[in-house]
Design a protein around this ligand. Structure first.
Ligand code: DAH
Length: 367
């Protein structure tokens, strides 16, 4: 059995029965205190514990001495124990107070150092960037559609084949899937993929909301294309969808023309060319007069005077079947804009990769 600590035992048990022994005992305790004060003085947490160890109300060393040495002391020894204890207390308190002042002084000093500001020094200059051209184009496109009553929704870039294909009337073995060169995510349960277009959000929105629906969906899409001057493995689209009880082909054409003129300029003309998308019927390719030659024919438009701008059409009634919309009562149109392509057209950029190389000499041209 290890000995109980000295302060937990009575003086009589320690054999301190004479005033000389009592004084010597207190001297020992004081020495111990001074030693500990030195070793605990560097770290605030260790100092805090040291203070509690000595002055703690219930089991601090000073309280223990009062309970175990002073109270049970014999009549003859009590005065000398009391006297020694008071001297020890005074010493402990003085030491702690001194240290407290020291700590405060240091804290004040470093606060003062922090507050010292030299107003003549130059500030930290932060280079101000610009929004990326793609971001600017997104904002421009969104402004146009928001002003005619569309709302922005966003959706997941990792999709299920159901939303990316099936519900858009592209069944498993439909050849339209081959065109998409999809990135499938290996080993994912249920076979996930990177969305090849923003069209899945047509389905997700109609599943959740009752008509009328008027949304645009900005976002990134992915295809396993070989990179060249107009292709990359990732690009940006804005999907559009409007469904209501009374939407006609005229609304579709009017919206498309309004958008093209707002975005490319009032002089630009639009035409619709028959096309095919499984989720629209009829489908159209929207062309605009060439922004380079104004329609007279040049190298960029391959002498046709027209440039293909985006795909669109009236929503195929089959799609309504997937979202519990009544095809007898509802009609609508949809479109899918290639944002990078529109930016390249509008700002005369010939190489798609320039948009993603983060070369500030390029980016600075579009403040
Ligand atoms: N999702 C098509 C694509 O990425 C683009 C598209 C065409 C979207 C016609 C539409 C649409 O909403 O009606 O190739």
């Amino acid at each position: 059995m290890p000995d109980k600590p000295v302060v937990e035992r009575k003086l009589s048990e320690l054999g301190d029965t004479t005033p000389e022994r009592v004084v010597a005992r207190f001297a020992e305790v004081r020495e111990e205190f001074d030693r500990q004060a030195v070793t605990h003085s560097n770290d605030p947490e260790s100092w805090r514990l040291f203070v509690i160890y000595w002055t703690g109300r219930k089991s601090g060393v000073l309280s223990q001495i009062t309970d175990n040495w002073l109270k049970p002391a014999s009549k003859e020894l009590k005065p000398i124990v009391g006297q020694e204890l008071n001297k020890l207390k005074t010493h402990v308190e003085a030491t702690l107070e001194e240290k407290r002042k020291e700590i405060e002084a240091v804290a004040e000093q470093s606060a003062a150092a922090r507050d010292q500001i030299d107003l003549s020094l130059p500030g930290v200059e932060r280079a101000i960037g610009t929004r990326h051209l793609i971001r600017q184009t997104f904002e421009e496109l969104q402004r146009i559609f928001l002003s005619i009553g569309f709302r922005v929704v966003e959706g997941p870039e990792i999709e299920t084949p159901y939303y990316n294909f099936e519900a858009l009337n592209i069944p498993e073995h439909h050849p339209a899937r081959d065109n998409m060169d999809t990135f499938y995510i290996e080993g994912s349960r249920g076979g996930h993929l990177l969305r090849t277009h923003t069209s899945p959000m047509q389905i997700r929105t109609m599943e959740k909301e009752k008509p009328p629906v008027r949304i645009i969906v900005p976002g990134k899409v992915y295809r396993r294309d070989n990179p060249d001057s107009t292709h990359g493995y990732m690009f940006h689209q804005i999907e559009g969808l409007a469904v209501d009880t009374d939407i006609t082909f005229c609304d579709f054409k009017g919206t498309v023309e309004y958008f093209v003129r707002e975005f490319l300029g009032p002089q630009v003309k639009t035409r619709l060319r028959p096309s095919y998308f499984p989720f629209t019927e009829p489908s159209a390719e929207v062309d605009a007069t060439c922004h380079i030659c104004g329609g007279s024919g040049c190298r960029v438009c391959k002498s046709s005077g027209w440039i293909e701008v985006f795909g669109a059409g009236m929503v195929n009634p089959t799609v309504y079947g997937f979202v519990n919309y009544d095809p007898e009562k509802l009609s609508g149109f949809a479109f899918g804009l290639g944002v990078d392509r529109l930016a390249m057209m509008k700002y005369g950029i010939s190489e798609l990769p320039l948009l993603f190389q983060n070369d500030v000499r390029f980016l600075r041209q579009f403040p």
